[in-house]
Design a protein around this ligand. Structure first.
Ligand code: HEC
Length: 109
């Protein structure tokens, strides 16, 4: 009976520890899923030219549904701009740019 009590106590402690450590991990890790919502960024900054579905093409904006540009290049275009498209490096953090670049990949048909 005494052993069971100790076991129970240890289990509770372990549970508490693992919970707090996993909470830390979820805020620190940006590799698997970015903490920023790319969709939200897109809807705020990009829809004016690219449209909600990426195919509006206002001001000569490229169709993001048919774009084959890899994600690193998208990050580059979003960061530094290209022709009519304005650079976003002053407006968005690197993390947000990465998140929105990844979001644009989901628009692909
Ligand atoms: C002022 C209008 C405008 C806004 C706002 C805008 N874009 Fe663009 N975007 C363009 C234009 C125009 C091009 C084509 C550039 C060219 O002619 O080389 C383009 C090109 C791109 C490309 C390259 C596509 C390809 O296949 O080469 C990506 C990716 C892109 N935009 C993503 C975004 C994202 C993400 C946002 C929001 C953070 C955004 N754009 C906001 C106008 C805009």
């Amino acid at each position: 009976m005494k052993n069971l009590l100790i076991f129970g106590l240890m289990a509770t402690m372990f549970y508490a520890c693992s919970q707090s450590s996993s909470a830390n991990e979820s805020t620190a890790s940006t590799t698997s899923k970015p903490a920023v919502d790319g969709e939200k960024v897109y809807k705020t900054y990009c829809v004016t030219c690219h449209g909600l579905y990426g195919d509006m093409g206002a001001s000569g904006a490229f169709n993001l549904q048919t774009s084959v540009l890899p994600v690193e290049e998208r990050i580059n275009v979003i960061t530094n701009g290209r022709k009519v498209m304005t650079p976003f490096k002053e407006l968005l953090s690197e993390e947000k740019i990465k998140a929105v670049a990844e979001y644009t990949l989901t628009l692909k048909k």
